[in-house]
Design a protein around this ligand. Structure first.
Ligand code: SF4
Length: 192
């Protein structure tokens, strides 16, 4: 590199002679930085979503690339959201890891009573097992009338405890489902 070229590449020279006298923009930019493009520019489409981590429900924009296979390249806050207005906390900003992390469990895991190891189950089998247990617990804990013959029609065999990751819509559906099953004990972490 010649002396002139070296001087022109020197950030202080560019700061003193160019349009960026405070050295906060182009004057301080290296050749490598100038060649970088945001991950979002490589996306083929953007999908609106909601951060899954907590009940604040910050809105997200999920940037998806189709090639060589469909995959998420970046997740950012959605500025159109009246709740979060484009912001995500550090946890929400890192939620791409939740989707793409190699340690993510992608199969249903089951450890039978007294078992010492986990088994893989297919989703249909697992769902049938859940349904069987819910119906059995409901039936066992069912109370049709109290000691004075008054109508109860409830089950004491099922309780629901929701977590802070559940949003309004999920809590609405959970309350509706469990009330329809006859359960009285429907609680959420936020109330405890
Ligand atoms: S971005 Fe943070 S505050 Fe917003 S929903 Fe996700 S975890 Fe909650």
């Amino acid at each position: 590199m010649g002396v002139r070229r070296w001087i022109r590449a020197w950030p202080v020279y560019r700061q003193l002679t160019g349009p960026d006298p405070l050295g906060r923009g182009k004057a301080a930019e290296s050749a490598r930085s100038a060649g970088l493009v945001p991950r979002t520019e490589r996306a083929d489409r953007v999908v609106d979503s909601v951060c899954p981590y907590c009940a604040v429900g910050c809105a997200q924009r999920v940037f998806v690339r189709e090639e060589p296979h469909e995959h998420v390249v970046q997740i950012e806050g959605n500025p159109n959201s009246p709740i979060s207005r484009g912001r995500l906390c550090p946890k929400g900003a890192a939620s791409k890891q939740l989707v793409t992390g190699p340690q993510r469990v992608q199969k249903v895991r089951y450890r039978p009573p007294y078992g010492t190891g986990w088994q893989d189950l297919d989703l249909d089998t697992a769902m049938d097992m859940v349904v069987d247990r819910v119906l059995e617990a409901r039936r066992k804990g069912w109370q049709d009338r109290d000691a004075k013959g008054r109508t109860l029609r409830r089950t004491m065999g099922i309780a629901s405890l929701g977590g802070a990751t559940l949003d309004n819509e999920e809590n609405y559906l959970i309350k509706k489902l469990f009330t329809a099953l006859g359960a009285l004990q429907v609680e959420n972490q936020a109330r405890i």
